[in-house]
Design a binder for this molecule. Sequence first.
Ligand SMILES: [Fe+2]
Length: 365
Amino acid sequence: MILNFKLSGGSGALVRGSSKMKKILATCLGLAYGVLLPACASVPDDATQQVVNVYTHRHYDTDQQLFQRFQEETGIQVRVVSAGADELINRLETEGKDSPADVLITVDAGRLHRAKSKGLLQPVDSAVLSANIPDHLRDPEGEWFGLTQRARIIAYAKERVDPAELSTYEGLTDAKWKGKILIRSSGNIYNQSLLSSILAAHGPQETKSWAEGVVANMAREPQGNDRGQVKAVADGIGDLAIVNTYYLGRLLTSDNPEERRAGESVGVFFPNQAGRGAHVNVSGAGVCRHAKNRENAVRFIEFLSQDEAQGTFAQANFEYPVKPGVEWSEILQGWGQFKSDALNLAQLGELNAEAVKIFDRVGWQ
Ligand SMILES: [Fe+2]
């Protein structure tokens, strides 16, 4: 059975202190959040049981099943702490060398880079990870590894837009899209990473012009999340939404008929297919700087990079596997193959500060 700790702000003490205290607190907390925990008698002791402590922003049942499989295969107990992506990074920082975390799983290369630059991760040299994960989807110094991919695409109103009119991210500044573009705020890391990819391709001046052009074509002031942009297309507020692919997967399979209607109202367009390819990003993992179970941590990430885990791990959130040749889910297959930007994602983190400055300068809220 997998041990789960679901944490909320201010509960840092729960993962510190004696292991006996941790067991008691984890049990109490687990019950408080309705998390299934094993009976206390079966809780392993660090001294005799191999463990790996995982901090993750993910909360999918399929992840639990996957971790269970890892446990069965290796005998290494997986202990999971789940919280928001930024919260996990803050927690690692606060805990410092006392942190029990061996593995950090979080989303967006910009955020993984932030964890790296705060000294929260450590380099890993693994032949398995090098073979399974394409170069551009992992940190060149081995501090983090992409495990699932998503593309930031143009979702267009099927009723009002001929996809033949679409081409590139750059093309979004064309005057024909005035009042038609829906995209969330610049405070969001997905947009910061998209702008970083444009910076990498074109440099600061052209990137600033691009951002100005998109602001000029917006259907409304940025508001809401990616799903909100697609709903706004369905409601006729605009014609093009810039969103991550998995949100469309979630809308199309939602229990809520309104959400399904929104998902069905748009077509998926992968930009820049004749050039550098569509902007992609990852969710990924790294071994924590103060990991007490380093070897187990590496084995755990390697496990997640193998064929079987890749399919399951990516499908849980309608994402693409990073390992070439692993089968995509049906919805993703329906959107077709596409060319993705091969820019090393570490660059997204390196260019983040410059991207944020450009957003501010052009008044992208
Ligand atoms: Fe997201």
